[in-house]
Design a protein around this ligand. Sequence first.
Ligand SMILES: NC(=O)c1ccc[n+]([C@@H]2O[C@H](COP(=O)([O-])OP(=O)(O)OC[C@H]3O[C@@H](n4cnc5c(N)ncnc54)[C@H](O)[C@@H]3O)[C@@H](O)[C@H]2O)c1
Length: 431
Amino acid sequence: MKICVIGSGYVGLVSGACFAELGNNVICVDKNLDKISNLKNGVIPIYEPGLEELIQRNVMQKRLQFSTNISKSIIKSDIIFICVGTPTKIKSNEADLKYIFQVVKDLKKNLNKYKIIVTKSTVPVTTCDKIQKLLTTKTNKKLFDVVSNPEFLREGEAIRDFMFPDRVVVGTNSKKANIILKNLYSPIIKKKGRYFNTSRRAAEVIKYAANAFLATKITFINEIANLCEKLNVDVTDVSLGIGTDERIGARFLRAGPGYGGSCFPKDTRALVSTSKKFKTNLSIVKSTIYSNDTRYKHLLTKIKEILNNNLNNKKITFLGVTFKAGTDDMRDSASLKLIPYLIKKGSKVSYYEPTGIKNVFDKKKVIYFNNIKDACKNSDLIIINTEWNEFKQLNFNRLNNKKKFKIYDLRNLYSPSKMKNKNIKYFSIGR
Ligand SMILES: NC(=O)c1ccc[n+]([C@@H]2O[C@H](COP(=O)([O-])OP(=O)(O)OC[C@H]3O[C@@H](n4cnc5c(N)ncnc54)[C@H](O)[C@@H]3O)[C@@H](O)[C@H]2O)c1
């Protein structure tokens, strides 16, 4: 199939490269000229394991191209995947659909033959109805179908998630579009995934409901962890004890610093905003948002306790600053709330981050080290913020020459008893 992917970010690049790998001809377009020029020169704008090799291979096989010419790319293609961002609006919790509607303008001018227009971006229910209305003229009704095909990939595991999905959801009542998309996805449905053809609105709701449920699951175990801390109970025992119940499931039950990233925070907010519009009270999702938004306060209280209420001049090292391991994505990471507060209180903050220096921090105040050893040297407190493999078996006594350094492990990577045996003052979540 000839495919055009509009928006070459995490979702667009991964989807484009994977569709090319499955034998399709794909053009990934973006309005960001630098991004496309870099991609043409083999520079991948995001960190995603395996993506560089996948892109290189498919570019070499001439199945994958990059372009800034949106019109030309649309004209050449049979299926258009919209993969642009849908961030939260600045002054409300609603999803900002301005990028989607910019794309719709480009589409309207270039409907030269039958095309399937697919929203892979996460969009509030009824967005596809609006896109269809905006595209329709008196003469072009049969020239397109608008389909919702939400994407469930996770950053850090994106290629595997795309190639071996739990399910593919295609929301359309057009038989023609459904047959073409089922055929497009057939190589990966055969492997493991399941293909669901639903109504377009149901597909839009499925994506938000899935993210809100997972965000709630994480938040639930974080609140249970708060209780465990008061009771001297290990939350990892509780996670295991409830997660082995098949009705509950073990995943997304690891207590930590709270959810972040580009999806859960914005999608839970957008879902609540949609529910208001349709006069429905999603009280559970609202509570999840509140609990997660305020989780950093609990972490800060704990940091103060660990440092005996004296943050001034304390050297604090962050191991990892992204919202989770396996990605360079800083969006809504816990570190964005913790680090500025600690700096304000006079702490000297440094960090090591496997995906490199981050521009969001003031370079003079928040010091980046390109290796763990230099970052940890002389630290009063080491905060393990993300669960990268390289943080899992460190010899802290060798990394830190201070006698009385402490560790706050926000990912429960180490055993408290082993740390005690090593004479390290070790604190973690819910234990
Ligand atoms: N990141 C994830 O893990 C993930 C997972 C599932 C779904 N989603 C959803 O997919 C969508 C995209 O997310 P992302 O993380 O890939 O975003 P991103 O910000 O990484 O990439 C979006 C890209 O779209 C481009 N763009 C914006 N407007 C454009 C236009 N008019 N024409 C051409 N290009 C344009 C931007 O320049 C950018 O490169 C969002 O709706 C998101 O919620 C994201």
